[in-house]
Design a binder for this molecule. Sequence first.
Ligand code: GLY
Ligand code: MN
Ligand code: MN
Length: 485
Amino acid sequence: MKTDLKRRADTRSRAPKSDNFAKYMTTSWADSAPVEPVFIPEKSFTEVRREKLSKMFLGDRLIIEAGDLKTRSNDVDYRFRPNSAFAYFTGLGVDLEPGAVLVFNPIVIKQKGIPPHNTHTCTLYIDSMKDRSSTEFYESSTHGEFWIGKRLSLEQFEQLTGITTKDKTALKSDLKNKIFWPHKVRVISDSKNDDRLLETASEMRLVKDKYEIEQMRKAIIATKTGFERVIRNLTRAKNSARGERIVEGEFYANALESGNSVGYETIAAAGEHATTLHWIQNTGAVRENELLLLDAGVEVDSLYTADITRTMPISGEFNKWQRDIYDLVLLAADEAFKVATPGKKFRDVHDRAMEVIAEGLSRLGILGVDPKVALREDQQQHRRWMCHGTSHHLGIDVHDCAHAREQNYRDAELKPGMIFTIEPGLYFKNDDLLVPAQYRGIGVRIEDDILITDDGAENLSVSIPRSPEHLTSWMKQLMNEEGNA
Ligand code: GLY
Ligand code: MN
Ligand code: MN
C-alpha cells in the first residue's frame, strides 16, 4: 500500500520502458564539454580544518554527510543546501552536492626511525550524476542528467576540494574493508549525529580564518546592495496592499543575483509587525508614517551569510516618538560594541546592552521600576520589551556554532576572529497596557555584524547607515533615484 502510494506521488518520470526506447535515448549524442564550476572553494584553508579535526579524533572514523534533497511536497524538492559541517570541512558551497559524504578514515603511519602514529585519510564520496550511458540518464529525476543537468565530475570535485574523490558506490565496501578497526564511528548527518563530533565541529567555527572573514565581508557588501534596492522601491511598496512582499522580493532578487540566496527568511516588518520578532509572513502594507524593520542577509556562494537589521522611517523622516526609541536602541548597540573586545566575555556584550536598555526605558517613563532593580536576575522587567539575546555567532549558519558548549560560547572570552551580531531592539505591541500610548506599535532593532580584532572590534556592517541622520539622508537619496518615480 505504502509502496503504491509512494509510486503515485512520483509523477515525474513517465518515460517509455522498452529496450528500443532505451537504446534510442542513450545513443547519438555528441561529446559535450564538462560543466564549469560556479563556485571555487579555497582549499588551502579547508585542509587545515580537516587536520585540526583529525587530531582531535585520532583512531575514530568520522563520517560527515552533505545530506540529501529535502522534500517540499510529494516528489518536489527544495533547492539543495549542504550540511554546514560538510561545507566547512570540504569548502564546497552553493548546492554541492546532494548525497555526498566525507569520510575521515583512521590509519596508523609506520615509518622507520619514528614511532607509529595515528592520522586519517580523507575521501569524498559523490553520488554521481547518471550520464547517457544508462537509462537513469532520462529516468532518474534525482540523478539523471536529463533532469538535473550536468554536474561536476569526480575529477573536478577532487581538483576543487583537494580531497581524494570516489563514486559513492564504493562507500559501503570501503567502510567494510578496513585494516584497523576504528575506535568509534562518529557521524554528522541529517538524521543522526554524534554529540561530540557535532559539538567539536561547531566550536571549531567560533574563530574564523582569513578566508571566512573575507567571505563575510562579501556577504555584507551584497546585503548592503539589497537594502539599497529595497529603499529604491519603497514608493512601489507603499502603493501595494502587500508592500512587505515587495520589500522581501526586492531583497531576494538581489540576493539571487549577487549571492547564492538569502541566509534566512527575510523579516520585512512594517508598523506593528516589527513588534513580532520573527515576522516572516511579510503580507502587510508599508505605510508612510510607520517604520520598516528589515532583517535580512545575503548568503554568498560559499554559504557565509550576513545578518543585518535596519529600522527605517518609511517617509524618510522619524517622528519624535520613533526617534526616542531609535536613539535608545542605537545607544544600546554602541555601548555594547565598546565592550566587544578580546578578553571580555561574550555575555558581557549582552549585559551592557541590557543596562542601557533598562536605564533608557526608565528615562522614557516606560519601565515601572528602578532600573537597578530591573537588572537583578530575579526581576528583569525590561526584558518584556526585548526578550531575545543581543548577540549570536554568525558564519555558514545565521545562528552559527549553535552546538558549542556554553563555556565556549556565552561564557567564553572573546577572541580575535570571532564574528557575531550585536542586535538590541525594543518592541512595543499595540495592546501593551504598560507602554505609554505614544510608543505603542513601535518596533526597532539595529543589527550589525562584528569582527573581534587583536585590540578591539570592527563593525563589518558599518557602511550600511545606522545613525538617524546618515540613515535618513541615505534613504532620501535612494528614494529619489530612478526606479522609484
Ligand atoms: N535574523 C535572525 C536573527 O537576527 O537572529
Ligand atoms: Mn541575528
Ligand atoms: Mn537578524
